[in-house]
Ligand binder design. Structure first.
Ligand code: ADP
Ligand code: MG
Length: 346
C-alpha cells in the first residue's frame, strides 16, 4: 500500500487546484502571449492576437434541466464563452461545441440544444466550426470553446489596473442570482407537492437574466467610439467581490467601492426582500450576471460618465489598502470572495 499523501480537492478550492495543476507548465512557444489566469488565453501572430477560452458545463453542477429549457442551455453555453472573449476586448469569431449525452436524451432533445447554439451564433455573428460527440453514463456535458481576435494594444487583461483608476461595472448586478433563487424555490415546492405549478409571473426580468444572459457589446462599442481602452477588464461570472479580487491580485493593487453606487435593479431588490436577503449580497456574491467589470484612467471620467449602462462604483487603491467596500453608513468592510466580514485591521 502506498503511503502517499491524499489531499481532498475541497482543501484547495477551484482556483487553488488550477494553480497547483498548471504552475509546473512553462510556456515554450514564443507565440503564447498569455496562458492560464485571465478570461482567455492570448496567442500572437504578428499584428493580430488570437484569444481562446473554454468552459465545461455539467448537468447537476452548472445547470438543472428541471427548470432550464434545452434551447436556453445551448444559448447560454455559447454566450458564457463569448463573454470571456469580449472581456478581453476581442471580437469573437468561431466556436466549437462538444457534447456527451446519456441515453435519456432523444435526438429531438439534443436538436433543441443546438437550436440555442444556433441562435447565439446568429446573434453574435460567430461560426460553429467543430466539436466532439460522445455518449455519457449519466447526465449531459457541454463544452464550448470560443476563438476571437484583437490587436495587441486593444487587449484588456486583468493585470492592467493602476492606482486611482476608476472602477466601472455595466448594467445591474445580482439579478441572475435572484432568478436562480426563484427557480430553485419553485422546484422545491413542486417536488414537495406535484400539484403545485411553478408561479413565475412577475419575475420575468430576473429569470431572463439567469436563463438568457446578453452581452454588453453596446458598452464595448461606446468605449471604442470614445477612444477609451480600459486598463483592465473581466466579465462578472462569479460575483463582483470575487472578480474584483482577481483584478486586485493580478494588478497588485487594492480597491475601494461604494455600496450606494452598486447598481441593483428594482426587480432584484424586490425578490431579495421576499427571501429576506440583502440584495447587496446577491450583487457581491451571486454570479452569472455576465456584465463587465473594468477600470479606466481618471482622465476618461468625462467620457465614461456619458455612456449609458456604465456605473462608476469606486477606484483602484494601493495594494496595502486591500479590497474594501464602503457601506452607506461609512463603515469600511473588507471584500471576500464569499460573503464579507467587518474589516478591523485598518
Ligand atoms: P472563467 O471563470 O473566466 O471561465 P476559470 O475560473 O474557469 O475562468 O479559469 C481560470 C483560468 O484557469 C483560465 O485561464 C482557464 O483557462 C484556466 N484553467 C481552468 N481549468 C484548467 C485546467 N484544468 N487546466 C488548465 N487550465 C485551466
Ligand atoms: Mg471570465
Amino acid at each position: 500500500m502506498s503511503s502517499k499523501k491524499v489531499t481532498p480537492v475541497q482543501q484547495l478550492g477551484e482556483f487553488g487546484l488550477i494553480d497547483r495543476l498548471t504552475s509546473g507548465f512553462k510556456m515554450k512557444q514564443e507565440s503564447t502571449l498569455l496562458g492560464v489566469g485571465d478570461d482567455a488565453a492570448v496567442i500572437r501572430y504578428g499584428e493580430v492576437c488570437q484569444v481562446v477560452t473554454t468552459d465545461l458545463l455539467v448537468e447537476g453542477i452548472h445547470f438543472d434541466l428541471v427548470y432550464t429549457p434545452l434551447r436556453h442551455l445551448g444559448y447560454k453555453a455559447v454566450v458564457v464563452n463569448l463573454s470571456d472573449v469580449y472581456a478581453m476586448n476581442a471580437a469573437p469569431r468561431q466556436i466549437t461545441v462538444s457534447i456527451a449525452v446519456s441515453g435519456k436524451f432523444s435526438v429531438e432533445a439534443i436538436e433543441q440544444i443546438y437550436e440555442g447554439v444556433k441562435m447565439a451564433c446568429d446573434r453574435y455573428g460567430v461560426d460553429l466550426i467543430g466539436g466532439d460527440t460522445s455518449a455519457s453514463v449519466t447526465g449531459l456535458f457541454i463544452t464550448v470553446t470560443a476563438l476571437g481576435t484583437a490587436r495587441r494594444e486593444e487587449l484588456t487583461l486583468r493585470s492592467g489596473a493602476k492606482v486611482n483608476n476608476l472602477i466601472c461595472v455595466t448594467g445591474d448586478l445580482g439579478a441572475a442570482y435572484m432568478g436562480l433563487k426563484v427557480l430553485e424555490r419553485e422546484k422545491a415546492l413542486h417536488e414537495q407537492d406535484p400539484e403545485i405549478q411553478p408561479e413565475l409571473k412577475g419575475y420575468d426580468y430576473i429569470l431572463e437574466r439567469f436563463l438568457k444572459p446578453e452581452l454588453r457589446i453596446d458598452v464595448l462599442l461606446a468605449l471604442r467610439g470614445q477612444d477609451v481602452v480600459p486598463t483592465s477588464m473581466m466579465d462578472i461570472s462569479d460575483g463582483l467581490s470575487s472578480e474584483l479580487l482577481h483584478i486586485c491580485k493580478q494588478s497588485k493593487c487594492g480597491c475601494q467601492i461604494y455600496q450606494d453606487r452598486i447598481p441593483i435593479a428594482e426587480e432584484t431588490a424586490r425578490a431579495a426582500s421576499e427571501f429576506e436577503m440583502d440584495p447587496l449580497i446577491a450583487a457581491l456574491n451571486g454570479g452569472e450576471d455576465y456584465e463587465l467589470l473594468f477600470t479606466v484612467p481618471l482622465s476618461a471620467h468625462e467620457k465614461v460618465k456619458t455612456i449609458p449602462g456604465i456605473h462608476i462604483i469606486g477606484n483602484i487603491t494601493d495594494l496595502k489598502d486591500h479590497a474594501v467596500l464602503v457601506t452607506q453608513q461609512g463603515e469600511v468592510i473588507r471584500l471576500e470572495a464569499q460573503g464579507w466580514n467587518a474589516y478591523r485591521n485598518r
